[in-house]
Design a protein around this ligand. Sequence first.
Ligand code: SF4
Length: 278
Amino acid sequence: MKQIISLGMGVQSTAIYLMSSMGELPRADHAIFSDTGKEGAATYQYLDFLLGWQKENDGIPIAVCRDRNLHEDLLNAERPGRFTSIPAFTKNDDGSVGMLRRQCTAEYKITVVDNYIRDHIYGLSKGSRRPKTQIWHGITLDEIGRMSQPYEAWKINTYPFLGQMTFKTEATERLSWARPMTRSDVVQWYILQGLPIPPKSSCVFCPYQSDKAWALKKKHSPEDFRDAVRIDEAIRNSTAKGIHNPVYLHRSCRPLATIAFDVIKEEEWGECSGNCHV
Ligand code: SF4
């Protein structure tokens, strides 16, 4: 059965890629990264490093998919047409703040990886049934709540850091070759190996960010922050997509460029399931 690493370019999934390439885990067949168009500059630098490392160390082949560009699509949000929403914020008619449905992870990441597997790994035509395939995800013990069942019968979600596999039937099986680890164990592993630690990966405009994360981006990655401001302005008027009140990246429903971020308050933020942030 094919073993595919869902490479999100964050700390955990990149560690799975490196461990598998180095023989510390069984060797997977492929790693696939779906680039939604605007990860942080540090993530693209790390991707360059990883592609070089792969060549020098006979690492598992990495496919970088750029079939769909969420950044471009959001910049053109005023165009009529189908709208894939990110978890941005808007005020309801009663003044309360609501979050839009998150469709971006499924459409710009999970589906892109699934299509790559169908088209390039198995060479199948659209609509063909894919053979059973293990998809490896970099979820660590401290994030066990993010483990999920696949929606498709051909996928077996495989969690090397949890020691579990999940199936569409909702069955769960123990993974015999697991390497249970927390995120901080994984960080220690990079340090012991002398490997650079990847930055947290996500779209620069992802609304799943605490004030502290926004403030750090504004201070240390001003170009990424400017990109986020451009998206914030581009999505404000999404009436062509059927959203009648203004849309914002920040949950205060104020323009990103004008916000004095509260860096003291530590906030817990949900994260995408699937391939974002890991
Ligand atoms: S990082 Fe955020 S904006 Fe990007 S695909 Fe994931 S949820 Fe959507």
